[in-house]
Design a binder for this molecule. Structure first.
Ligand SMILES: Cc1cc2nc3c(=O)[nH]c(=O)nc-3n(C[C@H](O)[C@H](O)[C@H](O)COP(=O)(O)O)c2cc1C
Ligand code: SF4
Length: 451
């Protein structure tokens, strides 16, 4: 079933597999896509995925970090993106969807601390995500500006001749910070009730639709359940009721958002879960301790909080650290398919499930049982970019599978994109060759082997 074509709106996909968003340092310093971006994406397109959902592409110049990630905050980025997408799609049937986002107070890193990197729905301290000591509540004028940023960036997506646009309201990024009651403590029309927390996303969706027209493919990525407490995190001050603090949005709230989005004319929903990137529910797998250590040490200079966070990670003995911060991390195949299924039952638009899809049988089961219409895959495709071709040859599970060690996720803001599980390669040198090969048109991908 996974190899059958599927249509959403006006866009026909050759099969049901989408390469999920993978952000990395593949652009020039100003966020213009570079040949490294094109070669990275093209490898998936040429290897048979039905479509690609891009990395989260920034809609504002104020929050462009991590450095060397793509942006679409100005018209000058349209031409290079159009050329890149043309090249990625040449000689194959792959469709290309741009995911737009704004990290808000979860901005991962920056060259220097920037005040705009702390903007959010309201003011709070968050130990694990973002680098500022405390976030800052956006004014209504700033909210209006961000809505316009999304609308203008979406117009640029149509001008770059992509096949669709997706807004991320997940990953703990700015829109998600408005949806989640632990980060949205506002008392105005954008905070409090579920309806009010949804208002920011509603206004973005309306503004984007006005810009792109009714016929352009438009999806939203939503977190089915926030699981606020995973990974074990400290957010201050506490919020009441405690359910808002520990749980956040659950399926009841998300189903409301999904129905509203359908009424607003969205073409598809893309479902993951958790709050913050990475988190154990959005990236089901092992706790990537080595990757987090690299990340916190690389960003420790940015604020007192970032410095203390790094100190904490360094002084707490590894086994204890893994127990505390690794809480909730474990691999579950098709991790969010059951959530996608519940949401799919309450809307009439296609639903894409994300997280933990690697084996053909698991994917086919999710599709055939009607839990979702398509699946989005990231890490298993990074480990085996030809996964769809392997499925077409009748392979059920790749010989050298992704181990779901999650190292690639935890390092992507500071290291090049690639698979970092040494166990999958004959030597560390071969692993490095693979990482370098991702960005180059000339380098062959070294064969990887299990020891
Ligand atoms: C290296 C890497 C970078 C990622 N960057 C993004 C991103 O920019 N935006 C996003 O929404 N998700 C991002 N993700 C999350 C994936 O899209 C996906 O949701 C997650 O990895 C779970 O799917 P999987 O089990 O197929 O890997 C990234 C994942 C990886 C591995
Ligand atoms: S580092 Fe490699 S093996 Fe580990 S999760 Fe990423 S792609 Fe999979």
């Amino acid at each position: 079933m996974l190899l059958q074509p599927f249509r959403i709106g006006n866009v026909e996909f050759a099969n049901r597999i989408l390469r999920s968003s993978m952000g990395g340092r593949t652009c020039y310093y100003d966020g213009t896509v570079s040949p490294a971006f094109t070669h990275f994406e093209k490898r998936f397109a040429d290897n048979g995925v039905g479509g690609i959902i891009s990395a989260t592409i920034s809609v504002t110049e104020a929050r462009m970090s991590p450095l060397e990630y793509p942006t679409l905050h100005d018209d000058r980025y349209v031409g290079p993106l159009r050329e890149a997408v043309e090249e990625i799609k040449s000689g194959n049937t792959c469709r290309y969807i741009i995911q737009l986002g704004d990290t808000g107070a979860h901005t991962h890193t920056s060259l220097r601390p920037q005040d705009q990197d702390r903007l959010s729905a309201s003011s709070f301290f968050d130990l694990l995500y973002g680098y500022h000591n405390r976030s800052r509540s956006m004014t209504c004028k700033q909210i209006e500006a961000v809505i316009d940023n999304f609308a203008q960036a979406a117009r640029r997506v149509t001008e770059a001749r992509c096949d669709g646009v997706e807004i991320t309201a997940s990953k703990g990024y700015l829109i998600h910070q408005f949806l989640n009651p632990v980060t949205n403590r506002r008392t105005d029309k954008y905070g409090g009730s579920v309806e009010n927390r949804f208002r920011f996303l509603r206004e973005i969706v309306e503004a984007v639709r006005r810009e792109i027209g009714r016929d352009f493919l438009f999806g939203v990525r939503l977190s089915a359940k926030d699981f606020n407490i995973l990974p074990l995190n400290v957010r201050l001050p506490l919020v009441w009721p405690l359910r808002h603090y520990f749980v956040g949005n659950d399926l009841a709230e998300t189903t409301y958002y999904a129905r509203q989005l359908e009424l607003l004319g969205i073409d598809y929903l893309h479902i993951d879960s958790g709050f913050g990137f990475p988190n154990p529910k959005g990236s089901p797998g092992d706790y990537p301790d080595e990757g987090f250590l690299t990340f916190v040490n690389t960003t420790r200079y940015l604020s007192t909080k970032a410095g203390l966070r790094a100190t904490l990670f360094n002084i707490v003995p590894g086994p204890v650290r893994k127990r505390i911060f690794g809480l909730g991390y474990r691999f579950r195949p098709a991790a969010n398919a059951d959530f996608a299924s519940i949401i799919r039952q309450s809307v009439g638009i296609p639903v894409i499930a994300n997280g933990g899809f690697q084996d053909r049988r698991v994917i086919d089961d999710a599709l055939a049982s009607g839990k979702c219409d398509m699946v989005a895959i990231a890490r298993p495709l990074l480990a085996n970019p030809d996964l769809v071709r392997q499925f077409a040859r009748g392979v059920d599970s790749p010989d050298n599978p992704c181990s779901f060690c999650t190292l690639c996720c935890s390092q992507t803001a500071v290291f090049p994109l690639g698979c970092y599980d040494e166990r999958r390669f004959t030597s560390p040198e071969e692993m490095m060759k693979q990482i370098v090969a991702w960005s180059s048109p000339n380098a062959a991908m070294p064969a990887s082997r299990l020891h």
